[in-house]
Ligand binder design. Structure first.
Ligand code: AR6
Length: 232
């Protein structure tokens, strides 16, 4: 597939910022279209939420390394829309400096809602950079995922959680009538709320990067643990 770029890895910890909900697909995850359970995720907070790319890339590589050292048969893929993506090139470079297994982690250029149909990359679980209300719209990857998934995602999301705190994640199963499920083979969307550094958005951290980095670490820990609990 044209989009594949590079890879690398690290090692890390765990937290309890994960919300669980009823999961009709639990038994299907391993038998889904992807033989290797794969999580595709966008860079949380670095676009609309204006978190610095340099700091975010350190945290992504740190958290990915921590997680891939704990998993045996699963892949993580950092996705962005453009070959000029700053966050992808920073993460690629930093991951390459470490000995992260490129079969377990790589970057990929493409629309996260069309990874299989346009990029030939099978990812059975995708992450969303959500808003605290867990609502559609707002632009960015959140709007793209809710649009591509159809109205069922909003209903399923509501069944799982009404809102999300910064640094937390919630996994939502897709119903089999969702185009993301039928066309792309995606069984779950994991909503993640990252730290917000944008004064125009709720809960702005006003340049407090000590807090921001802590919240972003928590967000990736929650995301990867949520993924692990779905595929184990
Ligand atoms: N496929 C892959 N990556 C994408 C896509 C896509 N379709 N669309 C955007 N990205 P952002 P945030 C990348 O702004 O900074 C929303 O309005 C993008 O290039 O979506 O966490 C929510 O409702 C960037 O690398 O998320 C929240 O209010 C990454 O996804 C707020 O934005 C994240 O960019 C969250 O802001």
């Amino acid at each position: 597939p044209a989009g594949q770029e590079s890879s690398s890895l690290l090692s890390g910890g765990a937290n309890k910022n994960i919300q669980e909900c009823q999961d009709p697909h639990k038994h299907v995850v391993d038998a889904s279209v992807s033989s290797v359970p794969t999580l595709a995720f966008p860079s949380i907070s670095t676009s609309d939420f204006q978190f610095e790319n340099e700091k975010a890339s350190d945290i992504i590589v740190e958290k990915v390394e921590e997680f891939v050292n704990k998993i045996r048969n699963a892949r993580l893929v950092l996705v962005d829309l453009s070959h000029r993506s700053k966050i992808l090139s920073l993460v690629k470079g930093k991951a390459a400096q470490r000995n992260i297994d490129s079969n377990k982690f790589f970057t990929f250029v493409g629309d996260i809602t069309k990874l299989y149909s346009q990029g030939g990359l099978r990812c059975n679980i995708i992450a969303n950079a959500a808003n605290w209300r867990l609502k559609p719209g707002g632009g960015g990857v959140n709007a793209a995922i809710f649009n591509a998934a159809g109205p069922a995602l909003e209903v399923s999301t509501r069944d799982c959680a009404k809102s999300l705190l910064p640094g937390h994640a919630v996994a939502v199963p897709l119903t089999s009538d969702s185009p993301l499920y039928t066309r792309e083979g995606v069984t779950h969307v994991i909503h993640v709320l990252g730290p917000n550094m944008n004064p125009q958005r709720p809960n702005c951290l006003n340049d407090n990067y000590a807090k921001g980095c802590e919240v972003l670490r928590g967000a990736y820990t929650s995301l990867f643990e949520s993924f692990a609990s779905l595929v184990k």
